[in-house]
Design a binder for this molecule. Structure first.
Ligand SMILES: Nc1nc2c(ncn2[C@@H]2O[C@H](COP(=O)(O)OP(=O)(O)OP(=O)(O)O)[C@@H](O)[C@H]2O)c(=O)[nH]1
Length: 198
């Protein structure tokens, strides 16, 4: 029996991706004050991509100092016109966000870091570019009524694998990256380190 990998994330999508791929995992939420870290990094001029990488590392390192074995930390940031956007806290803000992104391309930066015993061993940051179509206000209201609080759980106010697919004209990038985890590189690391069969 191989030791489970620890996923330092509360993300249901990340858990589903790993368990769906057959990776035995335990969950340990890092409890990092992400807003404070993000504000500090942005004040120093960090890019949205850098912020995702740094947060993934902080979460992985924090849990790896507490628990043995491989610890996976992850983070995803949304970049629109060079600016980082966080999850929308309310449906009203989700509405405003989707109207902002309507008809335009935005980027999702998904970072993953594997750590063990307080040391980062491997990392990857992958970026996808998604272009929303010019959906109507009426469509948006139906979408928000259908998606409800789920729209607040993801950084772009959508689940690509769900009703969110109807928001898009074009998607360029890796599906797993969009859902929040550069999975294929992580699976490669796990195979190269004896966790998964090669
Ligand atoms: N199901 C789904 N989730 C998505 C999609 N795009 C982004 N997400 C989720 O949006 C969230 C991005 O926020 P993060 O701050 O990286 O992660 P989190 O959910 O807060 O969880 P932590 O790793 O504990 O920080 C992640 O849970 C992603 O899995 C998508 O298309 N589908």
């Amino acid at each position: 029996m191989i030791a489970p990998v620890i996923l330092a994330s509360k993300s249901a999508a990340r858990r589903a991706l790993l368990e769906g791929a057959g990776v035995p995992i335990d969950i340990a939420v890092a409890g990092v004050d992400e807003d404070a870290v993000k504000a500090g990094l942005l004040a120093e001029g960090a890019t949205p991509r850098d912020v995702a990488d740094a947060l993934a590392e902080i979460k992985a390192l924090k849990v790896s100092n507490l628990k043995p074995g491989f610890v996976v930390g992850a983070d995803q940031t949304l970049e629109f016109r060079g600016r980082l956007y966080d999850k929308a806290p309310t449906i009203e803000e989700a509405r405003a966000r989707l109207k902002l992104l309507r008809g335009e391309p935005h980027k999702l930066h998904s970072a993953v870091v594997v750590a063990r015993d307080g040391q980062a061993l491997w990392r990857e940051v992958a970026t996808a570019t998604l272009t929303m179509r010019e959906f109507s206000d009426a469509f948006l209201e139906d979408y928000l009524a259908t998606e409800g609080p789920e729209a607040l759980a993801s950084v772009g106010c959508y689940r690509l694998e769900g009703p969110g697919a109807q928001l898009f004209a074009k998607v360029q990038g890796d599906y797993f990256t969009i859902l929040g985890l550069p999975l294929l590189g992580l699976l490669d690391f796990l195979r190269n380190n004896g966790v998964l069969a090669a």
